[in-house]
Design a protein. Sequence first.
Lengths: 179, 321, 399
Amino acid sequence: MFQVRIHGRGGQGVVTAAEMLSIAAFLEKKYSQAFPSFGSERTGAPVVAFCRISDREIRLREPILEPNALIVQDKTVIESSHALDGILEGGYVLVNSSIPLSSCPKNVSLRCIDATGIALEYVGRPIPNAVLLGGFAALTSVIKIDSVIDAIKTKFSGAIAEKNISAAQVAYEKISGEN
Amino acid sequence: MSNFPLGNIGGTPTVQSDFARPNSLTGGHRGCQGCGEALGARCAIDAAHQTTGGKILVVNATGCLEVFSCCFPENSWSVPWLHSLFGNAPAVATGVAAALRSRGQDSIRVIAQGGDGATYDIGMGCLSGMFDRNDDVLYICYDNQAYMNTGVQRSGATPPLARTATTLPNKSYLGSDPQTGKNLPEIAMAHGIPYVATASIGNIRDLEQKVSRAINIRGSRYIQIHVPCPLGWGYPTAETIRIARLAVQCGLYPLFEGEYGKLVGSTPVEEPIPVESYLRPQRRFAHLFGKNVSANAVGVLQNIANGNMEKYRLNWEILDA
Amino acid sequence: MFHQLEGSQAIARAVALCRPGVICAYPITPQTHIVEGVGELVRDGHLEHCEFINVESEMAALSVAIGSQAAGVRSYTATSSQGLLHMIEAVYNASGLELPLVMTLGNRAIGAPINIWNDHSDAMSVRDTGWIMLFAETNQEAVDLHLQAFLIAEKVSCPVMVCVDGFILTHAYERVDIPSQEEVDEFLPPYTPRVSLDVDDPVAIGAMVSPDYFFEVRYLAHRRQMDSLEIICCVAESFWKKFGRDSGGLFHEYHTDGAETIVVTLGSVAGTIKDVVDELNASGEKFGVIALTSYRPFPADSLKNSLKNAARAIVVEKAFAIGIGGILFQEIELLMKNINVKIVSVVAGIGGRSITKSMLRECFLNKNSGENVFLGLNEDIVAKEYVPMKSHSCEGNVP
């Protein structure tokens, strides 16, 4: 089972990111389970969402304490939300940041990408979730970029979907190039 | 009301004067002798029954009317009748109306009914919700101005200075506080619903006409009927109709109609009488006429009556002018 | 057909497939997405002849459903927590009037202090209201139980509450098989009311009943609900035949044959428990799991039969009664009286406190635990806040 935890702030589409990731995995005939860190958080408050991906039925309902991968949609929550806690050795950390992250606790694959910048350029809105999923596909190879694109289409339609797809593809190419 | 021809004196015959009246609420129920509510309910439901050709479903809130009319295995209703709870009759009626819409049976009309406790107080939220959605229900409130079922406690419809079991007057207290109570017909009108009316069992023809008119209007409608209670108000059981008429004549119970939030008509009072004529025969106001009570107490109620006269244009002279 | 859906959306689709004629909605977290979902399906024309009504309170929500069901139309609503308490009078009323409506309960804690997260306090507060109460373990089972609920309700003439863990299921995206309308239509025939408001055949529903008859009315309701154990099994069997899924029924057993310890539980935590039990059994332990689906009626005889050969039964539940303790625990303890099975109460997940595998593993392996475990309780907070009452405080106003 591959477990992903997504950190960010209310309004950044953190929960939607986990849902899209689970849909992408579903489209690849895998079992997946996405759920938010249930709360009544308002816009701007730290938010966490989770996604499990597996070849077998997922019965586990505990929050993801030891993720295989982390997506950090807003680097300002790293300290306050203890976002990097529990990341497994050999895991993946993808951070939305235009500057490199100074430290990372363990032997993990860390990538920083200016997802907000890409989102602003391609979508016109500072919502980095789809962009980071494109990057996630490249970084982890757990899901294919085509599945991410199809998942984006289930959540958005028309021009917004197309723009998000373009933005996700840019991130995918960028991270692929760095691998 | 057992005297059939009585209702035929002058004008069109009433439903109640018809030998073939539906008798929606049949005899044998457990209402008190002289019960104004039983009379009001029979008049109202019979009128609705006749107007619709019997196509009515009735939802009843908990209260005197419910308890005395349907005690298993007896039942005095000859119409389809549903009782759920004290505070939810408007919502239950909304559900009945929705079911009829779902089945495409729009010709069947829905009535919800309850006393003033169910209407003014505990069911007020559900009633307001029903008005808000403009659900296709005629709500009838039988207003006897206190919780009679539980033994005459104060409700939001209890008039100022009335004695109830929870507003017992003493040396320094004259009964229900003058600044309390609410005007539910006006609150109903404020929802902008298609039809609101007040009626009285002292004027059967007017009551029947209002119900007959309201039953076929689409959307939410509210009719409030003044139904004196001999036990709760303290007057001889033969006096129910007379007391009801006195309330109208003195201006304390104005009969009016409103449409879409606007007052459209009222029943003028031919010869207004002082409120004292209405208050004196009732034990619930007896303390206002004791030795050491200032005349000002009755004045409070007279002022309300005077205000109604003006507000609802009840005076012939105003009408003529 | 398989979909990756949020639990609430899956439930909304299942409800719509059952073709209710009246749906009432009032928002309360965490059931909100369910009624939003059915509302959208109604407005988009997926559900013919259905009235979707936004009401002003939960009291009105259930009351509207009572009215429409009494008028002969299949009716549905949903609620959670405080909302269930707000409508409690109508909850009793719906079962007393024998109205077969269906309500989803998105399980949530009850305040004060206010808490929007999952536990089973709301469901437990209505366990004696005369409703049939079914608990879903997964979102697939939530879907399946809704399809079965209407059939059970209408066969027994009793309202059915489908309990679904708030957030944990209602807000979780999972793979869910949603059947086609044709399949559901074959499984669930149109509603034919036993009695309803009818201008051609006037009846009075909801009469006052005196001491001469009231006892019998209540007793008959009890008898009918006990009889419904069989109906619930029978509906689950025909569901299995039709859809090929083992959903519903009285309870699901997992590795209970030869188990030394059987963990009994309600709702979604059964999944986590099964994972723990698999790991424990792989290391030579003998654990089994019973996930109770039908909480009311309580399947006493079957449950006793399944538990009697174990040495220990651990009751993991997300609610407890202040002043006595675990609720399901008490019921199982009573059931197993005079049978030599040690019953352990484990109260966990209160107010959304996470229940993790490691917590459960440690708890299950502790064979010397007391009979009352409050799992995951923060003892530091308790130690800081707990002030023992002094016996002298009984003697008037001693400061």
